[in-house]
Design a protein around this ligand. Structure first.
Ligand SMILES: *Cc1c(COP(=O)(O)O)cnc(C)c1O
Length: 386
């Protein structure tokens, strides 16, 4: 059977053919000069993608959750006070990791679909001495976008480090590490960076590196210790052989190829494309009478949309959409799981992909009798794209 289905979930995402080709190349050793060159390029390209000239990149075999753990293990020590700007599922996960590493966690929470007020965060930050503030840039469980620039500025003002979980944002949402004074930004290869799953990616500012250097106790995990990875990454960047743990050669090479494509497009153009495609997708959904989980336009991410099921429709819709050729994801937020679905529109997505996704939703809804005016969604998305 042919497999022309389109993958539109919030990661992993469709790969570009040039990225897939890299995966099929001959196996090379981890010290092959061609691989060292690819690793070196990938590290340099990561600085350009994160819009920083000063941060130290780390690329370690693992998923986004490992990147979160890498941040916490190196920068946080037992007893450190950490403020978690909590927007849902992945903020809760970061808090769990922080607690495992002995941090004293204070949450500033919002209702699902909302972000905490910056003024509320400021009040809590001013009330104590926090080592760090963490924020989930895009909460993938709800499609909510947090104001990282304002929150990182607050952290800096109060002498706290800013740790940004950018797993669903880097490469899609505007994130300017240097200009915004972000201290740690992290992601994973399979989201908007457009590579296969398997790599944890983290960039640490000079301030974050200093916090690691000034630790009183060693990092409790050898595999996570910047002390092991820093010399290896410095060597790879200089194309010199070095070894701590075998890097996934194909994945790093695929990441390099994907980052190269990102930078050909240019970061500002890429951010603008994600805004435009998100608006087109939402125009299509609105024309079908659908609403979104994020409470307001200003807190809606551009990497994905979280769309509420209309009345009389349930999670069976996800399967019906798949039968129309587009794979989307169900809900993830523990309390709201069965009330919405999620569509990823990040990475190398095009207007055509958005139209295909809107059309598939529309036809699936028509099957359930919930879409009266078939064609209205695609027409609205077309108008928004024009
Ligand atoms: C996907 C995601 C993660 C977890 O990444 P894994 O690769 O699944 O471990 C963490 N945070 C956010 C915001 C995510 O979207």
């Amino acid at each position: 059977m042919s497999d022309r289905s389109l993958l539109m979930i919030p990661g992993p995402i469709e790969l570009e053919p040039t990225v897939t080709q890299v995966l099929a190349e001959k196996q090379r050793g981890h010290l092959d000069p061609r691989f060292m060159a690819a690793f070196s390029r990938a590290l340099k390209r990561l600085r350009d993608v994160f819009l920083t000239t000063t941060a130290q990149p780390f690329v370690v075999a693992g998923s986004g959750t490992l990147a979160m753990e890498l941040a916490v293990a190196n920068v946080i020590e037992p007893g450190d006070a950490v403020l978690v700007v909590n927007t849902g599922y992945f903020s809760d996960r970061l808090a769990l990791i922080l607690e495992r590493y002995g941090a004293q966690v204070t949450h500033v929470r919002a209702e699902p679909g909302e972000v905490p007020e910056v003024s509320a965060v400021k009040k809590v930050l001013a009330s104590g001495r926090f080592k760090a503030l963490t924020v989930t840039h895009v909460d993938t469980s709800t499609g909510v976008l947090a104001p990282v620039e304002a929150l990182a500025a607050l952290a800096r003002e109060h002498g706290a480090l800013s740790l940004v979980d950018g797993v669903c944002s880097v490469g899609a949402e505007a994130l300017r590490m240097d200009a915004w004074n972000v201290d740690v930004a992290l992601t994973a290869s399979q989201k908007a960076l457009g590579a296969p799953p398997g790599l944890a990616v983290l960039l640490a500012s000079p301030r974050a590196m200093t916090a690691w250097r000034e630790r009183k106790k060693p990092v409790p995990s050898l595999y996570l210790d910047f002390g092991e990875w820093l010399p290896v990454h410095q060597a790879y960047e200089a194309e010199r052989p070095s070894y701590f743990a075998t890097p996934p050669v194909q994945l790093v090479s695929a990441l390099d190829a994907s980052l190269g494509q990102l930078l050909v497009e240019g970061m500002d153009a890429r951010f603008a494309r994600h805004v435009k495609l998100a608006q087109a997708f939402r125009a299509g959904m609105r024309a079908l009478g659908l609403t979104f989980l994020p409470a307001r336009d200003e807190v809606m991410a551009h990497a994905l949309s979280a769309v509420r099921y209309p009345s009389g429709v349930d999670a069976a819709l996800v399967k019906a959409i798949a039968q129309q050729g587009v794979t989307v994801a169900g809900g993830l937020h523990p309390q709201l799981k069965g009330t919405y679905f999620r569509v990823g529109h990040m990475g190398a997505v095009s207007g055509n992909d958005v139209l295909a996704a809107v059309g598939a939703v529309e036809r699936a809804l028509a099957q359930t009798g919930a879409a009266k005016d078939v064609g209205a969604g695609v027409a609205a998305a077309e108008r928004a794209l024009r």
